[in-house]
Design a protein around this ligand. Structure first.
Ligand code: AMP
Length: 196
């Protein structure tokens, strides 16, 4: 089973690419943000807790996020692969994911697509997206800025925790067109599958 991580700041296009690639290769798409929003819509206890953090633009604590992800992963045991969109976002989440994959004998993290983009471009994109999706955390400029700060502070350098990740990271310029980015991702995944 192949495990592919789409990593980058909010608004970099991870979600869009995750959908395209998951459909193309028949992989599962696992978005922690989407799972949280789903719980919020259904007003579950988890949704109520998560909304406190999400509406502020800060990360949901690791314990809550990881417990949720570990439950979700078990629904995908028999898939060809999983695309992780928005997870991991902290070093602890990397360790937890590695632990879960090992525990269930599901393989290891294979490819990390690392999206990079200028800050002013993502602010524009997020505000535009907020108008369409009515996502609270995309419509308020203060929350949008807070999410970007949170990314820079808590998330952006998590892969430096271990030099082994260097070999798995593929950097992508997120300001290219959706189509050219998905072609690049596709090619890299095909190369990987051919070699393994
Ligand atoms: P996203 O849809 O990926 O932009 O996520 C929306 C919000 O959900 C984030 O701003 C966080 O508050 C929360 N969230 C999503 N994924 C995670 C994660 N891996 N760890 C902590 N919080 C998360």
């Amino acid at each position: 089973m192949i495990h592919i991580i789409l990593f980058g700041p909010p608004g970099c296009g991870k979600g869009t690419q995750a959908k395209i690639i998951a459909t193309k290769f028949g992989f599962s798409h696992l978005s922690t943000g989407m799972i949280f929003r789903n719980h919020m819509k259904r007003k579950t206890d988890l949704g109520k807790t998560a909304s406190f953090y999400i509406n502020k633009g800060i990360l949901v604590p690791d314990m809550i996020t990881t417990n949720m992800l570990n439950i979700e992963i078990q629904k995908h045991f028999y898939e060809k692969g999983i695309i992780y969109d928005g997870y991991p976002r902290t070093r602890n989440q990397i360790f937890s994911l590695e632990k879960a994959l090992k525990k269930f004998c599901l393989g290891t993290i294979n490819i990390i697509f690392y999206f990079y983009i200028q800050k002013n471009l993502i602010i524009d994109r997020l505000l535009k997206r907020g108008k369409k999706s009515h996502r609270n955390d995309d419509t308020n400029i203060i929350t949008v800025q807070r999410r970007i700060e949170e990314y820079n502070k808590e998330t952006s350098s998590i892969w430096n925790s271990d030099p082994k990740w260097k070999n798995n990271i593929i950097k992508l310029n997120a300001s290219l067109s959706v189509n050219s980015i998905s072609l690049l991702i596709e090619e890299k995944i095909k190369n990987f599958l051919n070699k393994n």
